[in-house]
Design a protein around this ligand. Structure first.
Ligand code: DGJ
Length: 778
């Protein structure tokens, strides 16, 4: 065995070699190790055959493929695990068997035709290409490994080339396979549904096959393509873990198989379900790109690798590493029913509060007064907006606000001029009544003429006014899939062709409008993935704006995606999704860990909320660089592990912002340690609690304990008082060394516990929270 391929990042190594049978095998993926003189110690001792094993080749009777760690497996020659490739040759034979031919390494990387891929230059990335061949079929596979040393990331994709002179049908072509020699892991996935996206679930692996996938047509809220393998004992701060994601926005599948021999196979790629791609002679097929990372610094370490990678190699263009504006979005304030006057009244308040961008959501076009009509008719409704988009944008600009717009281009309502003109543009299966979702159909983006129409129509809209931001929505899952323009043997290409069509439209529009900040959205976070992030630097994380729910959603999202990618807004209380009441300060403290904004009727607020919001906006502006692009940590409360702490630390560690979140108050548990991490042990910090206010309403009748006159807890005077009086949360200012904060933490002021109130008591009830600023002292 002479061929050893040893890839290195700053802290990790990935090592492959070739089995005597000619198959490419994985020897190692883990912490960085020095080059090997020979790979004897990493080579599996195939000393004896066993039981029912199929020996690949007479000359090597002890080698059965089923128990090897392989790099890219096929079915048919004795490996019975989930394969990376499945195909049908022209003669109908489904056996495939790919062996190593050669490899080469070069600086930099290439893109992937028609698919988005990570950025890389000769300075920050190196590629190894390995060619595998199946002589019998006449097909080559090129495995691409792009190594990003700085972020401990290795990406992978595959090109299949048909050299056979006959048609081949690919029924599965995964982006990557990772075979590990052991199986002491938990498989961690991020699952959910509408308004409960990316909720973390972890299960200890045992023998069997576990699938995390989407068949919805989008990457989906059901199962995000980002998954992790965590070694036993791994925590947020310590331990070994692997992360894997896919640069793709359609049906995906992450398959994890553990065999009785305690080997683990992990696969990621386009979902083989409903997939079949006909490869004509000479044609190539490229998979989407998979992203791998490994960390020995726990889940926070893993997230840091991915956050850096996404911010610097996935997000691109004008908004890469650029601070995002503070938004006011009218959706939760007005839904479809607004006038220009109403929008301007919200905008005036917003401008007054220091908000920077007004986003006009759904309902501005056609006859769209509810969700039953007009998708597809992208011309302004002049009844609602007599000055048109141009005039409205000018008025917003005159107030000092930028102007942004919502669109949902991939859809069409039956009740629309577009549908009436082109009923065949909507996706429908033959001889069936198509099913609707939110009263709408999906346009067939496998068809070039429809993609071209969209590109041109949207270009007109985007250039019709001074628009600096676009929210690109997508509000239903796929059904009835079929395209009349594809021949029967190509219908299995539908889902992937749709995604390629969408990417083509996005590529052109983002090139044409490089200054626009795009935010993608799909009924909230139904398409939160690295593919969309290649075009749109941020994604609306969820329609659920309840702060308590958002803690789980944003925290779940943060394992694989940086804060700078998550749209997060403060909405009204009680929240429409849960009917829960949450203090305005907590709504801010949660939404502030994201691309921040408001989504409520600012023209209807009590003075208390207005004043609080004004201070919130100023605070966010002062700290957004470190929040959006600093190093983000997830921690648990010191004494009370049910409390969560989020922390963002600047690259030079001289500045940080932390927040402590409490779910329910408990008497006797009023003491709390603020234990942080990632700060400089040698620096001294001033820790200052954000100036936050408590609404007197929270206190009800208890206000009479401090007031000179008696008022009714639920009376008019109480309401007027609570609307105007800003009761400040007690001051908290501490001086502490980084070594203390990183190790033990500092003791915060005691929470109100029913037995008295003074300057040293913090009013902190259910769903309370506080932000803390950390500044290094000179
Ligand atoms: C779903 C989105 O997630 C919401 O934010 C909003 O834009 C609505 N669509 C509008 O229809």
């Amino acid at each position: 065995m002479s061929t050893i391929i040893h890839l290195n990042t700053r802290h990790t190594s990935y090592i492959m070699s070739v089995l005597p049978t000619g198959h490419l095998q994985n020897l190692y993926y883990g912490r960085r190790i020095r080059p090997l003189k020979d790979a004897a110690v990493l080579t599996q001792p195939n000393a004896v055959p066993y039981g029912s094993m199929v020996a690949y080749q007479k000359e090597y009777p002890t080698i059965g493929l089923d128990d090897q760690c392989l790099e890219y497996s096929a079915l048919g020659k004795g490996d019975y695990r989930e394969p990376a490739i499945e195909l049908t040759a022209a003669n109908g034979c489904m056996v495939a068997d790919f062996k190593y031919v050669c490899h080469k390494t070069y600086k930099g990387r290439r893109g992937i035709p028609k698919l988005p891929s990570a950025l890389g230059t000769e300075q920050n990335c190196e590629t190894t290409e390995v060619i595998l061949r199946d002589e019998a079929i006449g097909m080559d596979l090129t495995l691409f490994y792009c190594v990003y040393p700085e972020y401990d990331v290795i990406t992978r994709f595959v090109c299949a080339k048909n050299n056979s002179g006959q048609k081949i049908t690919l029924r599965r072509l995964m982006s990557a396979q990772l075979d590990l020699f052991d199986s002491n892991y938990s498989f961690v996935t991020f699952d959910g549904t509408w308004a409960s996206e990316r909720t973390m679930h972890s299960r200890r692996l045992c023998e069997g096959i576990f699938v995390n996938d989407s068949k919805l047509g989008v990457s989906s809220a059901r199962h995000n393509p980002f998954v992790m393998l965590t070694a036993d004992g791994c925590t947020e701060e310590t331990g070994r873990c692997y992360g894997m994601n896919l640069v793709y926005s359609g049906n995906h599948s992450e398959i994890c198989e553990v065999t009785f021999n305690h080997k683990t196979r992990l696969l990621t790629g386009i979902n083989p379900s409903s997939f079949a791609w006909l490869l004509a002679p000479g044609e190539e097929f490229y998979t989407p790109e998979a992203v791998f990372t490994y960390s020995e610094e726990g889940l926070n370490g893993l997230s840091h690798n991915l956050h850096g990678f996404v911010n610097n190699h996935i997000v691109r263009g004008e908004w890469q590493n650029r601070e995002r504006p503070i938004v006011i979005n009218n959706w939760e304030a007005t839904s479809f029913s607004f006038t220009q006057g109403k929008l301007l009244s919200i905008a005036k308040e917003a401008a007054d509060m220091g908000i920077e961008l007004f986003v006009l959501d759904d309902g501005w076009f056609g006859r769209r007064n509810d969700d039953t009509s007009s998708l597809g008719d992208w011309h302004v409704n002049e009844k609602k907006l007599p000055s048109g988009l141009k005039g409205l944008a000018e008025k917003m600009n005159a107030l000092g606000l930028d102007f942004g717009l919502w669109v949902e281009p991939e859809m069409v309502n039956e009740d629309s001029d577009l549908y009436r003109a082109h009923p065949d543009w909507a996706i429908k299966a033959p001889n069936r009544t198509p099913s609707e979702g939110r009263n709408q159909f999906i346009l067939d983006l496998t068809r070039k003429e429809i993609c071209d129409y969209l590109t041109e129509t949207l270009s007109k809209v985007f250039s019709s006014a001074n628009i600096t931001y676009i929210k690109w929505d997508m509000n239903r899952n796929f059904s009835d899939i079929y395209s009349p323009t594809l021949p029967p043997e190509r219908q299995g290409e539908f889902f992937h062709r749709y995604v390629l069509g969408l990417y083509g439209v996005l590529e052109t529009l983002t090139q044409r409008f490089p200054k626009i900040l795009f935010e993608s959205c799909a009924s909230g976070g139904n398409r939160f993935d690295l593919g969309m992030l290649c075009y749109m630097p941020q994604t609306w994380a969820s329609d659920n704006t309840d702060a308590q729910c958002r803690i789980a959603i944003q925290e779940g999202t943060s394992y694989g995606y940086p804060i700078s990618t998550m749209g997060a807004h403060v909405s009204a209380s009680p929240c429409f999704a849960t009917l829960r009441n949450t203090p305005i300060e907590t709504r801010f403290n949660v939404a502030a860990f994201g691309c921040f904004g408001y989504e409520l009727d600012l023209s209807k607020l009590f003075e208390f909320d207005k004043k609080a919001i004004k201070e919130q906006v100023a605070y966010y502006k002062a700290h957004r660089r470190v929040i959006q692009f600093g190093r983000f940590y997830r921690l648990r409360g010191g004494f009370n592990p049910d409390k969560r702490i989020w922390l963002c630390v600047s690259p030079d560690k001289r500045e940080a912002v932390a927040a402590l979140f409490q779910e329910t108050a408990a008497v006797g548990r009023g003491n709390e340690l603020l234990r942080l991490t990632g700060l400089d042990d040698h620096l001294d910090y001033t820790v200052t609690g954000r100036r936050q206010y408590v609404n007197l309403k929270t206190l009800g009748d208890l206000v009479n304990n401090v007031l000179p006159v008696e008022i009714r807890g639920d009376g008019v005077i109480h309401t007027v008082l609570s609307s105007h009086y800003m009761l400040a949360m007690c001051d908290e200012v501490f001086e502490a060394g980084g070594d203390l904060l990183n190790g033990y933490g500092i003791k915060l002021k005691h929470q109100f516990s029913g037995t008295g109130y003074n300057d040293n008591v913090k009013i902190f009830g259910d769903y309370s929270s506080r932000m803390y600023e950390l500044k290094a002292r000179e």
